[in-house]
Design a protein around this ligand. Sequence first.
Ligand SMILES: [Mg+2]
Length: 284
Amino acid sequence: MAESEKSGGWAMAGIGLGIGVVLGLCLAPPSQPSQPTNPSLRTLDANLWLQTSGEFRALCLQTYRMAGERLKELRKEPARDGKKDAVVMDLDETVLDNSPFQTSLFRDGTVYSDERWGAWESGHPEEVRAVPGAVEFIAAAEKDGATVHYITNRKEGSRKPTIAALKHLGISIEGIDARLHLMKNKERDKEERRQAVRAKYRMVMLVGDTLSDFSSEFTPAKADAGDPKALQDAINERNAKVEKLRRDRWGAEWIVIPNSSYGEWTRMAGNDPLKVMNPTTLKP
Ligand SMILES: [Mg+2]
């Protein structure tokens, strides 16, 4: 083939390609403006599991049923010092189901803030739901003679709406002021409040959805969300305490209610979840 024919062929091919590109651009659907990602997307399935799954309900009913049976066992022998028996319960996501609050975060494309939680806590007690089995467990414990105390990190200023939420769910509020231990002076640690209950009662059972509802020893070590090594160390340390140090407590005196939506554990999940997930050698 002559040199001129070759260059002519390349020229034709170039023109053809150019027309193809132009046609392609003309026929392509107009590009959509990119949608900002909803910051609550990360917890969407966790919230759906809590709000819609029968499995969550069954798990709560199972836990509260076993807690009730265990409580009767623990109370068979009266306290030697004559103290009355107390059951200490957390409120949010242990007794009170605040999942509509999580709905609001997803609907509005935002994340938790103290201001928004404050508005929920103080202004919407009638929208709070009950964790399955909690109301019945409390009623049975009280009928059996135990005193139920609530140690919660709801603020002292929210005492009235918190009592309103309990009342709305049909939970007894008799003598509630002495039994409702809210957060004072932004002190989140519950140990002092547990000690105050222990001073007057035999504390036979603790019920909560986050490990600090049971003991301050589980409070996660502070780790930088961008430091995977520190995050993994904090996760390992906390899990070792759960699995070894306090293994005998779970289901015996300490009753845990599942909460996939939020909790201290999320502090250790970090910015890049893949860095703290269990590794695998599986290739695509
Ligand atoms: Mg809670």
